[in-house]
Design a protein around this ligand. Structure first.
Ligand code: NAD
Length: 491
């Protein structure tokens, strides 16, 4: 069985770690590889950090125009190998091939935006702030930076950070999720072809031990984390206590509000895609669907019909619309949460448990599930499910809906479906979430905008992507200089 290697100092290196865990295809339960997982992975990380620090001394001095050249090549390599990478994502993560291709497209867009670093890093200059004195601000890289990723976007999330970090002159270490390490293994086969100086980009596998080693290593200056809120809080606290710059994106519980004047057909398609796409395992998946007004019968019927006919199966089959959840444990957790909702008084409109898919009977499948009548102050409407479950809520006014949205502890996304500009504007302005959708179901910012989670969905200040990434991966230096007047050129 293939035991995955790290990529450190420009070479594939066997991990010191003796223990491994299996990388399992969630649709078939096939063991695809073994990944290092245990206490010795901290030694692998230390080696990566030391060599990345050495590489930083020269990489940071390479002119920015030269530093972005490998990114152009990387874009073409990612495009050329998109189908192969998409298959790997689908096999280890479970999502459909179309979803895997979409994810990679998002990764490539971040590479494209980061190619603008020569302009984005430009300094600001003020001449003659006082007679004969000039002042300017330059941006310089930080040093060794590291990212820690979740399982649900193995091809995209490292790219919210990597291209910006290296274009700005940092060196970078990627720690993928131990559940889906194969995609980055493949991406690094492409990174190898860039002929970057040794140590500029490294890959280190592992779980909590590798993460703790990142949090404590003195040569790592900045950490970009994406994952659950519990771990994000831990990363933020321990990383900051060690003097590091930290951006930590957490979990979510995303509401969508449907006003009576919404276009039912359009809303139905978009909202079911948002809830059940990627089997509900998206940090921007809709979860709580709030219908406003007392006549919600037709939208409810329409959502039910759309959810019921969504096909579920192995993501490798181009005809299916929804794959499995990531592990058996996740499947059990989602079933447990549905039971919890029923115990709170919820009523199942559509029950996706006990899915038995011919040909992939052992897969972690749950079909689309819809539950209604849940109490507004109950646990299920507040808990991130991370599975294909829609909760239907009926409220009287847009103000009631806003109050419900803003009472939640998360703030990753909030959306509204309406044909009223005034109501859309009110929602956009008053909803306490960092990513807002107006007649949009997955309000994922394009690469030139920051991925703006709020509240328990984000700990830190600067988010991933776009200009926030430029600021996160650079530190400013302000220079004031005086030159004697007699040295000035005389006209
Ligand atoms: P997770 O928090 O379990 O794992 C994320 C990473 O943290 C992994 O690399 C893992 O190895 C590491 N890790 C796990 N437990 C740890 C611990 N105790 N100490 C140190 N490190 C630890 O998350 P997941 O299950 O892989 O991903 C799903 C979660 O990620 C969901 O909550 C989802 O909402 C969130 N997510 C958020 C965003 C966002 O942008 N806000 C994007 C994608 C996913």
């Amino acid at each position: 069985m293939n035991k995955l290697k790290n990529y450190i100092n420009g070479a594939w290196t066997a991990s010191d770690e003796k223990n491994t865990i299996d990388v399992i295809n969630p649709a078939t339960q096939e063991v695809m590889a073994k990944v290092p997982y245990g206490s010795d992975t901290s030694e692998d990380l230390a080696l990566a950090a030391d060599t990345a620090d050495t590489a930083f001394q020269s990489w940071s001095q390479v002119p920015v125009m030269q530093r972005v050249q490998p990114l152009y090549k990387l874009k073409f390599l990612l495009e050329e190998n998109l189908e192969d990478l998409a298959k790997t994502i689908t096999m280890e993560c479970g999502k459909t091939l179309a979803e895997s291709r979409g994810e990679l497209q998002r990764a490539i867009e971040n590479v494209e935006v980061a190619c603008g670093m020569p302009v984005m890093m430009q300094s600001e200059f003020s001449e003659n702030i006082a007679s004969g004195i000039d002042e300017f601000m330059i941006r310089q890289p930080l040093g060794v930076c590291a990212s820690i990723s979740p399982f649900n976007f193995p091809g995209m999330i490292p790219f919210w950070f990597l291209p910006y970090a290296i274009a700005a002159g940092n060196t970078f270490i990627i720690k993928p999720s131990e559940k889906v390490p194969l995609t980055m293994d493949k991406v690094f086969r492409l990174i190898e072809q860039l002929n970057l100086p040794k140590g500029v980009i490294s890959l280190v596998h592992g779980g909590k031990e590798t993460v703790d080693a990142i949090l404590d290593h003195p040569k790592i200056k900045a950490i970009s984390f994406v994952g659950s809120t519990k771990v994000a809080k831990y990363i933020y606290a321990r990383g900051a206590a060690n003097g590091k710059r930290v951006q930590a994106q957490g979990g979510a519980k995303n509401p969508i509000v449907i006003l009576p004047d919404a276009d039912i057909e359009m809303s139905t398609q978009i909202i079911t895609d948002s809830t059940f796409g990627c089997a509900g395992q998206r940090c921007l998946a809709a979860s709580n669907i709030i219908t406003v007004g007392d006549n919600n019968g037709s939208i409810k019927e329409s959502l039910y019909e759309s959810a019921k006919k969504r096909t579920t199966g192995n993501g490798m089959d181009e005809t299916i619309e929804m794959g499995p959840v990531i592990t058996q444990e996740s499947k059990e957790r989602v079933s447990y949460l549905i039971d919890q909702g029923l115990n709170e008084g919820g009523k199942l409109l559509l029950d996706g448990r006990n899915a038995n898919i011919p040909g992939v009977e052992k897969g972690n499948f749950i079909r689309p599930t819809i539950i209604e009548n849940l109490p507004l102050d109950g646990a299920l409407l507040k808990t991130e499910i991370f599975g294909p479950v829609m909760s239907l809520i009926q409220l009287n006014t847009i103000d009631d809906a806003l109050q419900f949205v803003n009472n939640g502890s998360y703030g990753n996304m909030a959306c509204i479906f309406t044909s009223s500009g005034a109501n859309a504007r009110k929602f956009r302005s008053l909803a306490n979430a960092g990513n807002i959708g107006i007649n949009i179901g997955v309000a994922a910012p394009m690469a030139q905008f920051p991925f703006s989670g709020w509240k328990d969905s984000f700990f830190g200040d600067l988010h991933g992507q776009g200009r926030h990434a430029v600021e996160f991966f650079t530190q400013t230096k302000v220079v004031i200089e005086r030159w004697p007047k007699e040295w000035s050129r005389k006209f």
